[in-house]
Design a protein around this ligand. Structure first.
Ligand code: SAM
Ligand code: SF4
Length: 315
């Protein structure tokens, strides 16, 4: 299905929970979030109905996210049923990885093909400070488990934060020498973050710090791709702030409380709770037609217009 600007919408970011076992400073307030009532959240049955509705509109790729998808008790069942929906060709997941050891194999069995693991630092104290409660060892155990489980692809995502992890750019990029995984640096977005604009670093900082990076062919994704000499994986630069990719946006989002969002940075949301599949389909159609041409500049004026924190949307 094409939107009003001729962009084909094929990719659903499906948030299955707002809850998380971590409290990353750029994502969530220290006290966590005000827990919504269970009955206000999508049921598993509604979630799968929504995936079927999305697939009928041409969505073929689903990324399961949150909050932290692995805190959701029925996550394996959601993955398995999502992967079984006719028309869905690829199911991926974004996770902080801290609960992944022991779950990587079952997730693969349940049909998850690709995994993105968030890891902003390789320093134990910094990891604890950034996540407020997390353990780097758990995240690294998750990474090892992901790499052994035989996923089609494992990517490591690091948000670039000036004064926090910029000195670790070489060490994080060097993970691509040890592991057959891409490392992607992502620009910090102003979404309920504890950090102000001074912490924002454009992705070009990575190119300045690592002049040995060599460009690689684009693979159709949002990252500009490079490789360190002899590395197994690639280094990706994702620049939602310095050079947004709205022109090729193929995404629709569904929040854990049943709101379809046409754009990450727009307050527009369309409720689908309680609707049958055709009703959900109609609402998604409306949301696709309402996709804006582009979002306003981030870190300027009002910043993101999302109206929710990242964990409440599904990053
Ligand atoms: N809990 C999972 C995780 O951390 O991977 C999935 C949800 S998390 C909201 C998805 C992604 O959003 C993570 O890679 C995280 O680093 C990113 N993210 C959260 N807040 C962000 C911000 N303010 N700017 C840029 N990326 C952000
Ligand atoms: Fe949780 Fe992911 Fe947000 Fe960190 S970025 S608080 S792990 S949802």
């Amino acid at each position: 299905m094409k939107d009003g600007f001729g962009r084909r919408v094929t990719y659903l970011r499906l948030s299955v929970t707002e809850l998380c076992n971590l409290r990353c400073r750029y994502c969530m307030p220290a006290e966590g979030i005000c827990k919504k009532r269970h009955e206000d959240m999508m049921t598993e049955e509604e979630t799968i109905r929504a995936v079927r509705a999305a697939a009928s509109l041409g969505i073929s790729k689903v990324r399961i996210t949150g909050g932290e998808p692995l805190v959701k008790k029925n996550i394996l069942s959601i993955c398995e049923k999502t992967a079984a929906v006719p028309g869905i060709r690829q199911v991926c997941m974004t996770t902080n990885g801290t609960l992944l050891a022991g779950m990587a194999g079952p997730l693969k069995e349940a049909g998850v093909a690709r995994l993105n693991l968030s890891l902003d630092t390789l320093d134990r104290d910094r990891y604890r400070s950034m996540t407020r409660v997390g353990s780097l060892d758990d995240a690294l155990a998750g990474l090892e488990a992901a790499l052994s489980a035989g996923f089609e692809q494992v990517k490591i995502n690091a948000v670039l934060i000036g004064g926090f992890n910029d000195e670790e750019i070489p060490a994080l990029a060097a993970l691509t020498k040890d592991y057959p995984a891409d490392v992607r640096f992502i620009e910090l977005m102003p979404m309920g973050t504890e950090f102000g604009e001074t912490a924002y670093l454009p992705c070009d900082t990575v190119l300045e710090r690592l002049p040995e990076l060599r460009p690689e062919e684009p693979d159709g994704g949002v990252a500009r791709l490079y490789r360190l000499p002899g590395a197994k994986g690639r280094v990706g630069l994702i620049s939602p702030v310095s050079s947004h990719f709205c022109g090729s946006c193929s995404r629709l989002r569904l929040t854990a409380d049943g709101k379809v969002k046409p754009c990450l940075h727009s307050p527009a949301e369309y409720g689908i709770r309680g609707l049958d599949e055709e009703g959900m389909r109609q609402v998604m159609l409306q949301a696709i037609q309402a996709k804006p041409r582009q979002h306003d500049p981030l870190w300027e004026g009002q910043g993101s217009g999302a109206g929710r924190t990242m964990n409440q949307i599904g990053g």
